[in-house]
Ligand binder design. Structure first.
Ligand SMILES: C[S@@+](CC[C@H](N)C(=O)[O-])C[C@H]1O[C@@H](n2cnc3c(N)ncnc32)[C@H](O)[C@@H]1O
Length: 270
């Protein structure tokens, strides 16, 4: 479906029968959102890029089952003039193009009109606060999140100021657009929703959940290329296995991430 300013945004629902194909239009429906379901709302020039990898595996299954929902809003629909222009040259000169505030403002207002509950509005941006597990956890505790994906040289600053939009970065590098960052952040958040990740224990133990990086993992065969699985993991002694894993997690964190290690030691001492 196409979402014009007079139509609701395109949505992907789990409960609908969804064919996971390379044609995202198949994933869109025009029904009203399901109340109480965590919702990612994306404003983008490339709605066809969604659900993308989010339509696969755990997040895809959860989307199909209606455990979360996805709405995309095509920024082009709010463009101005015959060609639906969304950008213009930077004030003061320079290379590239900047997304126009009037176009962005209309798109944001449109999305906000259909948004209920506590849904942070964020702009994916290399200048933003670095995304991390803590932020994923806080978004998972909300009713959803609304993400503005930039392109070209980014967005007019007045939009960020007017809506008090938080800028969030995937890392210290520059992507061509915000869509890949949005998918990475949604993936990290959705898997934390209660009911989405079947085995909650695996969340507790994994990297960044308890202040440590995760211990090494092994599986069959018991020996591969002359390398054996550490004996303790084959011992069947749960206490010793837990001890080894804790020790390895601490060693890896200390070696690879002195910043995390210092923080861990501080909290352990409390
Ligand atoms: C080419 S970038 C613009 C970069 C901008 N001129 C700057 O130097 O900060 C185009 C869009 O990609 C997205 N983007 C690029 N790098 C990103 C990152 N590290 N994290 C999140 N979004 C990013 C943003 O939405 C941005 O508006």
């Amino acid at each position: 479906m196409n979402d014009t300013p007079t139509q609701p945004p395109a949505r992907s629902y789990g409960r609908k029968s969804i064919r996971l194909t390379l044609q995202p239009q198949d994933l869109m429906a025009e029904d009203a959102p399901i109340a109480g379901v965590w919702t990612a709302r994306i404003i983008t020039l490339f709605p066809q890029a969604f659900p993308g990898v989010l339509g696969e595996s755990l997040t895809g299954k959860a989307l199909k089952e209606g455990k979360w929902q996805l709405e995309t809003t095509d920024l082009r629909r709010f463009g101005v003039g015959k060609h639906r222009n969304v950008d213009d040259t930077p004030a003061g000169g320079g290379a590239g193009m900047v997304l126009r505030p009037d176009v962005l403002g209309n798109a944001i207002d449109h999305v906000q009109r259909n948004t209920r509950g506590n849904c942070p509005l964020v702009y994916l941006s290399p200048r933003g606060r670095r995304f991390d597990q803590r932020l994923a956890r806080s978004w998972a505790d909300c009713d959803g999140v609304t993400m503005l994906c930039g392109r070209f040289e980014g967005v007019d600053q007045r939009v960020l100021d007017h809506y008090d939009i938080q800028e969030v970065s995937l890392g210290d590098f520059v992507l061509t657009g915000g869509e890949i960052a949005a998918q990475a952040m949604i993936d990290a958040t959705v898997r934390l929703l209660p009911s989405v990740l079947g085995n909650a224990e695996s969340i507790e133990e994994e990297s960044h959940s308890n202040g440590l990086l995760e211990h090494p993992q092994y599986t069959r065969p018991a020996e591969w290329q002359g390398r054996a699985i550490p004996d303790v993991l084959m011992s069947g002694h749960h206490g010793k296995v837990a001890e080894w894993r804790q020790h390895m997690a601490e060693e890896i964190t200390r070696a690879r991430r002195p910043d995390m290690w210092a923080e861990y030691e501080k909290t352990k001492g409390k």
